[in-house]
Design a protein around this ligand. Sequence first.
Ligand SMILES: Cc1cc2nc3c(=O)[nH]c(=O)nc-3n(C[C@H](O)[C@H](O)[C@H](O)COP(=O)(O)O)c2cc1C
Length: 210
Amino acid sequence: MTTDMHNLNLSMDPFENFQHWLAEAKASMGEEMATAMTLATASKSGRPSARIVLFKGTCRDPKGLEGFKLFGNYESQKSRELLENTQAALVFFWPLLGRQIRVEGPVERLSDQEADAYFASRPRGSRLGAWASPQSQKINTRDELLARVVEVEKRFGSDGEVPRPDNWGGWLLVPERFEFWQAGEYRLHDRFLFERAPTGEGWQRSRLAP
Ligand SMILES: Cc1cc2nc3c(=O)[nH]c(=O)nc-3n(C[C@H](O)[C@H](O)[C@H](O)COP(=O)(O)O)c2cc1C
């Protein structure tokens, strides 16, 4: 293979590259599979934990920096850890394309307006579930959970509006580093690292050994 085939045609803008790869992943494996990402967080003492969440698009923070949006319960383990240690990481794995993207950086709480807009777009059942489920708390039985759903349904009526609970919302991970990984023959994979330039403007790109 020529060197050209291995430059992956990555531009200097990692968000642009991410969107390009995401579109290809969606085309090959569908929206839900393509947007599932691992979110790694760590407690203040440095103990890590990881779980899958769904990528819900990008937006800019109040300083104009672009980031990755995700949503969940603010009292869950992930949110508790993000509150005490804002450093986090994301991993996308698209096996059919032989691709991985790693993203690292601090998180910020998304605005109430962002959280309201996404919450309102969810199916009614998911909105009721967000009220009924004390995410990541210990519960005794599934029946207990279902009883909570029935209670919440009574509270909001069969077709009443279901507002966003105060303890539910979103996080924005603002990347400082991206790594794009493309599987290659004989394990000679291609890896490109993008680091936010020290000036805050633009990105520095490097090739990493596989
Ligand atoms: C495909 C998939 C998508 C998921 N999406 C989300 C999500 O967007 N937000 C969320 O809070 N949990 C999501 N979950 C559940 C999480 O993996 C996890 O169980 C939950 O967030 C509690 O994690 P925590 O106790 O570490 O906070 C998803 C799980 C799977 C398998």
